[in-house]
Design a protein around this ligand. Structure first.
Ligand code: UT7
Length: 328
């Protein structure tokens, strides 16, 4: 029996850091409010000369080096993002060309917001397991600062820029690597978190620009409630499906949106908070990049050891959601 394993991970965050106190000079907010309500202290912000693909490439180079895999070996490239360089072509095409990944590799983007990395992982997992592809590079990359309304205090304090990546391939051993993966999407909540303009529904016009409709709009309270409910549900279902109890999970890597959501998840799942990897204090919410950045850091900081089980849980606009189990 074969398994699909993560053979390398990497992440990148732009140098510029925007602190809560910096934000309090832009909008009517305070470090205390942001810390208490979200747990975020600072976030990385890309420069004007850095686009989503630039962040993606840096994370990908780190992941390829960690996996000891050359770009020429990649035959499947997936970039999860909602802040790609351009509406078309895909950011994956830009990454493929600049990284020197062969043109015969299948390269495309996934739009599943904060759950995007788990969507990419599920697809790569299935395709490798069924021998369609040999070696996948999956990336979650976001320049959310470009979609942020810097006059809206209810959203601009939340988001940050960055990228994380992973290399996946098959091994002839059973029961390791990705041992479970499950995804979902509930479109009834589309308007709770969206960028209203810039697509075919409301193409860019002087009016959409005047309405600030090219920026993220969110009903924070509603999204918060859904996140707490859905993340708990998908985590429970994943554990049940694989006959695991909460105490068998060594580390949970949740989407990093709000520390209070993670605390609530820790309580409801009865997994102590010290078995959750939390870095949102330093990154904010980086959407599709959030889980792979945390995964790469957790590996780097020795929080993941051979034989251990990690549970990944995502939730985002759509509303999309997903969970995955990995045995290292
Ligand atoms: O990645 C996708 C998933 N996204 C999420 O999971 C985000 C989920 N939502 C949240 O994290 C939280 O709802 C927020 C952090 C966005 C907001 O926290 P909240 O505790 O739900 O605050 P609220 O929206 O209920 O607002 C409470 C008060 C309001 O004032 P009034 O009406 O009570 O006078 C807001 O105007 O806080 C005010 N407020 C702020 N005050 C200072 C909202 N934003 C700020 C701010 N600084 N930045």
């Amino acid at each position: 029996m074969a398994s699909v394993v993560i053979t390398g991970v990497g992440s990148y965050a732009p140098n510029k850091i925007l602190t809560n106190s910096d934000l309090s000079k832009i909008v009517d907010t305070t470090d205390q409010w942001i810390c208490e309500r979200t747990g975020i202290k600072e976030r990385h912000i890309a420069g004007d000369d850095e686009a989503c693909s630039d962040l993606a490439i840096k994370a990908a180079i780190a992941a390829l080096a960690d996996a000891n895999v050359k770009p020429g070996e990649i035959d499947l490239l997936i970039v999860a993002t909602c802040s790609g360089d351009m509406p078309l072509p895909s950011t994956a095409c830009l990454v493929q060309h600049r990284l020197g990944i062969p043109a015969h590799a299948t390269s495309f983007d996934i739009a599943a917001a904060c759950s995007g990395f788990l969507y990419a992982m599920e697809i790569a997992y299935g395709q490798i397991l069924t021998n369609r592809y040999k070696c996948a590079l999956i990336i979650g990359a976001e320049k959310l600062s470009a979609l942020t309304d810097w006059t809206d205090r209810t959203t601009c304090v939340l988001f940050g820029d960055g990228a994380g990546a992973a290399v996946l391939r098959k091994v002839d051993q059973s029961g390791i690597g990705i041992i479970g993966s499950d995804l979902g999407a509930d479109g009834q909540f589309v308007d709770k978190l969206c960028v209203p303009a810039g697509g075919s529904r409301k193409p860019a016009s002087a009016q959409t620009v005047a309405d600030r409709a090219h920026f993220i709009r969110m009903n924070g309270r509603e999204v918060f409630k859904s996140a707490v409910r859905v993340m708990d549900q998908v985590a429970r279902e994943m554990l049940e499906q694989h006959h695991l109890t909460a105490d068998q999970i060594d580390l949970v890597i949740p989407h990093q949106a709000n520390r209070r959501i993670i605390e609530s998840l820790s309580q409801s799942l009865k997994i102590p908070l010290d078995r959750f990897y939390i870095n949102l204090d330093r990154y904010g919410n980086t959407s599709a990049a959030s889980i792979p950045i945390a995964l790469a850091e957790a590996r780097r900081f020795g929080r993941i050891k051979p034989g251990q089980i990690t549970l990944l849980i995502a939730f985002g606009a759509g509303l999309t959601y997903g969970s995955a189990l990995i045995r290292w």
